[in-house]
Design a protein around this ligand. Sequence first.
Ligand SMILES: [Zn+2]
Length: 426
Amino acid sequence: MTSRIYYTDPYCRRFEASVTRAFVHEGRPAALLDRTAFYPTSGGQPFDTGKLHGAGEAGEAGEAGEVGEVGRARRGPFGSAIEVIETIDVDDDVVHILSTPVTEGALVSGEIDWTRRFDHMQQHTGQHLLSAAFDRLFENRTVSFHMGSDASTIDLQRELSWDQIARAEGEANRIIWENREVAIRFVTSDQAATLPLRKEPAREGTLRLIEVHDFDLSACGGTHVSRTGAIGALVVTAAERFKGGTRVTFACGARAIRAFQSLRDATAGSVRLLSVLPRELPAAIERMQAETKDLRRTLKRFQEALASHEAARLIGTSDVGSGAALVIVEALESWDPNGLKAIATHIVAQVNAAVALFSTESPHAVVITRSPGVPVDSSAVLGALIERFGGRGGGKADLAQGGGLNSDLAAIAAATRQLLQRATSK
Ligand SMILES: [Zn+2]
C-alpha cells in the first residue's frame, strides 16, 4: 500500500522515496514507491505526470521555488531523469508508468509537473464551489464531475435557467474572492454520518473531507488549493440539457483566461466583419439571416421565371418530328441541378418529349425526364450513362438525376441522344 503524500500535503511537488517494486504494466515499465506525491486518475481528476531522479541528485533542493533546479534533470544513477508518463490507482497502490525501467530498491526523488497539477487543483476546487453553489441556491445536486484537458463539466440532477447558472457562478466567485480556507479533515464513517456532507460518501472506513470554510463540506480524495483565492476566477462557458438534467461546462484559473481570450478573438473578428459593437452582434446576425431568407425567396421566383423562359426557348429551337416524341439533349451554362430540373419539367409538361439536360461544368450534372406516355425509362438511361462515363445518381422511370459524369460533354450528349431516340422510336 503506497503512502499518499498528496492526501495531507497537496502542495508537495518533490519527495524522496524508494522503489518497492519494479515491473511491467500492460507492456510499459512501471514502479511502485513506498510513498508518492503523484496523483493517480480518480474522482474525475486526471493523473499527474513528472520525473523520477536518482536520490541525492535532487534531494538537497528542498524548498518550494527551487523546482527549476531539479527540473533540469541532472545526471544521476539512472543516467538521466526518468519520465513519469502516467499514474494509475491499482488495488490501493499507485502505479507509476515510466519512460524507462528503474531498479527495485533504488532511492529516488520524485518531481511532479506542477503546472499541470496546479491547474487540476484549481479546476477541482472550483468544482466544489460551483457544485455547492448550485446545491445551496437551488438544491440542485451534482451527479458527476469530469475534468478534461480543455474543459471540465459537472452534471446536475435537474434543468436550470441561464439566470440560475449566472447566480451560481457569481456565488462561486464571491467565495473565491473571499479567499476562504480549504481544509483537509479525516473522520470515521460514523463521524461522517453526523456531518452535513454535500454528497453521501461512496466508501467506508476513514474518510477524507474537504471543507471550504462555512460553505462546503464533502468527502473527496482529490487535490485542492489551500485557499479559495488561488482558483483566481470561475466562468461557466456552456450549459446544455443532459439526461433530464443539465451539463455545465466551466473553467477556472488560467483556463478561464484562455476561454475569455478565445471568445475575444472570435468576437473581434465578427465585429470587424459586420461593423457593429459586440453587444449588437446577435441582432446583426438576425438581420442578415432575414435578408438572406428574402433574397432566397426572390432568387427562387426569378429562377422559376427564367426556367420557364429557357424551356420555351429549347422547345422553339427543336425540330418537331413526325408525331413521335421530341428529343431534347442540351448542356446549359450557369444552372444548378435544381434549375436544370425546373427547365426539364417545364418542357415535358408543355410538349410530348424526352429531355436530358446537362450542366456545362465538369464533372457534369444531369436531369433526365419525359412526358407521360413517352416510352423512356429515365433511370435506365441514367444507369447506362453512369456505366459508360462514371458518376452516380438515381431516380424513377419518369425522372432521374445524377452527377459526377466525367468525360467529354459532346460524347456524353451523343450517347444520350442515341439512347433517347432509340427508346422513343419504339
Ligand atoms: Zn475534490
